[in-house]
Every structure is written in structure tokens, then in C-alpha cells.
Write a protein that binds this ligand. Structure first.
Ligand code: RB5
Length: 156
């Protein structure tokens, strides 16, 4: 399994710990940064990780900023991305089982490292259930597609 991980300046330490945690499980981790505590705009790493996931270069992504909000908002602008912010493992599990989340996000200012590890572990263990959930996931994709078509029409 190969995952991409990205963060902003407030989440460097947590990112490093989560990266080591994933690697200790034999997971290959592609770290898009940042590894500096200099102010860093979270949409950059949100987009990089989302692109890798959407292109199929990795099996999923982990994003961490102060709250997990900004970085997941950026990732969710990429077509095909379902990035979910979680502060506890239950939502992380359900986000995979029901929403087929392909990126998990959380906040270094919100949760501690042990909760972050539990979130990641629960998310990795969970499997998408499909079935009735597929209808809703398809509806989300349809909204995305409609918006892209509308934008293209407006441009032409
Ligand atoms: C950075 O100060 C902070 O805004 C960022 O880490 C994140 O919480 C944004 O959603």
C-alpha cells in the first residue's frame, strides 16, 4: 500500500509522527511536505495530495493542518476526491464504509497524536460497503460533473 501525506506549518511534528506510524506498518508514504515550520499555505499540500490520489499514483491520502478544515477543503476541489475531516475514529471508519473517503484529514491543534493514530488505523482497516451507499456517492460525483460542465459552458 502507498499513501500520500501533506500538511502545513502547524502540523509538521504530527505529520512526521503519523508518517513514521504508517511506515512502521509497512506502508509506503509519499510526503509532499511541508517539513518547515515557516508559514505555509495549506492549499498547496492539499492539492498535491489530492492530485496524487485522483491520478491513482497512491492508494489514499492523509492531510493535516491546524483543524484539518482548510487542507481538506482544498483537496475536495479536485474531481474524484472525498476528503473527510475527523476528530475521532468512529467518523473515520464510517467515512470509508459509507462515503468511500479517499483522503482522511485532521487537525494538529484539535487532537493529540494517539487519537490521530487511532483515526488513521481505523480508516485503513475499514472497507467501503458499496450497495445503498453507492447511490449517494454517485450523486456527489454527479454534482461535481454538473458543476464542471456548467463552468465549461460559461467559459465557451
Ligand atoms: C494556520 O494558521 C491555520 O489556519 C491552518 O492550519 C488550518 O487550521 C486551516 O484550516
Amino acid at each position: 500500500m502507498k499513501l500520500a501525506i501533506g500538511n502545513d506549518h502547524v502540523a509538521v511534528d504530527m505529520k512526521k509522527e503519523i508518517r513514521a506510524h504508517l511506515e512502521s506498518k509497512g506502508i509506503e508514504v509519499l510526503d509532499v511536505g511541508t517539513n518547515s515550520t515557516e508559514r505555509f499555505n495549506y492549499p498547496i499540500s492539499g492539492y498535491k495530495v489530492a492530485r496524487l490520489v485522483a491520478d491513482g499514483a497512491v492508494d489514499g491520502g492523509v492531510l493535516i493542518c491546524g483543524t484539518g478544515v482548510g487542507i481538506s477543503l482544498a483537496a475536495n476541489k479536485v474531481r474524484g476526491i472525498r476528503a473527510c475531516v475527523c476528530s475521532e475514529p468512529y467518523t473515520a471508519r464510517l467515512s470509508k464504509q459509507h462515503n468511500n473517503s479517499n483522503i482522511i484529514a485532521f487537525g494538529a491543534r484539535v487532537i493529540g497524536i494517539e487519537t490521530a493514530k487511532m483515526i488513521v488505523d481505523e480508516w485503513l482497516k475499514a472497507e467501503y460497503e458499496g450497495g445503498r451507499h453507492q447511490t449517494r456517492v454517485d450523486m456527489i460525483a454527479e454534482i461535481e460533473q454538473t458543476q464542471h460542465l456548467r463552468a465549461a459552458e460559461e467559459e465557451s
